[in-house]
Design a protein around this ligand. Structure first.
Ligand code: HEM
Length: 366
């Protein structure tokens, strides 16, 4: 081969290698992105948790805990948590709070006697600009050790079309894989139904880490413990209760004055299961009252305020950080997905009664 044609040949080859190289790199990137997005390989993503929506319920609503009411209030720190965390909320006298009470059901039209789960969400904004957002349930623990277990539980307990009840074999297979869920099943079957949002205790369930001025870490969980006494319905009272009894009761109580909850921190000891929300810690763990939440008034969720807030529990201020609880990590993506879906629907004008516009009865899932 002549020198000139050899040079041309090698140049062509080089171009070919470069083209093949670029194609391989881009192909790998496309596959990696598609895998990450769960487009193949059966990977569980935040979308997997929201797969039934938004077809099920009208646009603009939360994909879970759809029925709710916004509240405003104030958190007053006691100072007792200051030795454990540099978070400003633990030292500040009056921290403004926006929050939301809700039912556990995804259905925004659910009757209040349709679920045992009642919830509180809160966003505390300290005067240094740091925010602490949280979601709490009256359940004392999560059913499973991981978020995949939650999906499997939903699947196992779906009523079959033939019988209208869950398939016992599927339930048994689920409980074999997630034996810790038995405790939750018992709670769900026997715990007294709450008769008022005001007397319910709300628990954060996942673990977090407090960080003090020297960088020392302390694992904690917390609860909002009500000043109002807990009251429950008998089975027959519950069956006869009005459609919105919890929400009506809350409004009536607030007409007479504010409602209060103590923010109680439970401090873990070495060996306590910090990364497993299905396991409770021993009862003798030290507790401190970090402050008191005053809920002063409520307003309709269609009006905004709490409507467009993502009470993402992973949004914590300086002085609090996340534990390695896998359910907590999974929730950040799920909430972000649900939040962006619903605010996009509102933004594009697709939402009706979620923003207070009358909705045709035919659209309702009733
Ligand atoms: C893998 C498990 C979970 C899934 C798939 C899930 C799913 C969801 C979704 C999709 C929303 C709607 C969020 C929004 O649009 O802003 C929601 C709200 C909520 N979740 Fe979860 N959740 C899980 C675990 C938990 C746990 C462990 C708790 C309690 C500590 C909890 C408490 C709440 C509360 C209180 C709300 C309503 C918040 C509000 O009023 O904005 N969730 N959940």
């Amino acid at each position: 081969m002549k020198k000139n044609s050899l040079v041309t040949y090698l140049k062509r080859k080089r171009v070919l290698f470069i083209v093949i190289g670029i194609a391989l790199i881009s192909g790998t990137l496309v596959l990696a992105f598609a895998y990450t997005a769960g487009l193949f390989g059966g990977r569980i993503t935040s979308e997997t948790f929201l797969q039934d929506t938004p077809k099920t319920y009208p646009a603009g609503y939360r994909r879970a805990h759809g029925k709710g009411i916004c509240f405003e209030g104030t958190f007053r720190a006691s100072g007792q948590a200051v030795p454990y965390s540099i978070a400003r909320v633990f030292a500040q006298q009056n921290v403004p709070v926006i929050g939301r009470f809700s039912l556990g059901s995804p259905d925004p039209y659910a009757p209040d006697n349709s679920t045992r789960t009642v919830s509180m969400a809160a966003m505390l904004t300290a005067d240094d600009g740091e925010q602490w957002r949280m979601k709490l349930n009256n359940e004392p623990f999560f059913a499973t050790r991981d978020a995949e277990g939650f999906l499997k539980q939903m699947e196992a307990y779906k009523p079959t079309s033939a019988t209208g009840i869950p398939d016992p074999a599927r339930v048994a297979a689920f409980l074999k894989e997630y034996p810790e869920a038995q405790k939750y099943v018992e709670w769900d079957a026997t715990a007294p139904w709450t008769r008022s949002f005001a007397g319910a205790q709300y628990n954060v369930i996942n673990s977090f880490i407090l960080i003090d001025a020297k960088g020392k870490k302390q694992a904690v969980r917390w609860s909002m413990v009500p000043h109002a006494p807990f009251t429950s319905w008998s089975v027959s009272q519950c069956e006869e209760a009005s459609h919105d009894f919890l929400f009506e009761d809350l409004k009536k109580r607030l007409e007479k004055g504010s409602l209060y909850w103590d923010l109680v921190l439970t401090l873990a000891e070495p060996g306590d299961p910090v990364n497993d929300p299905s396991q409770v810690w021993p009862e003798n763990r030290r507790q401190i009252v970090a402050g008191t939440l005053e809920v002063s008034h409520v307003f309709d969720q269609t009006k905004g305020g709490c409507r467009d807030v993502n009470f993402d529990p992973t949004r914590v201020p300086k002085g609090i950080t996340l534990s390695d609880d896998p359910v907590l990590a999974a929730r950040a993506g799920i909430y972000s997905h649900s939040h962006s879906d619903r605010v996009r629907e509102i933004g594009y004008g697709k939402a009706t009664d979620a923003v207070g516009k009358p909705q045709k009865e035919t659209l309702r899932n009733k």
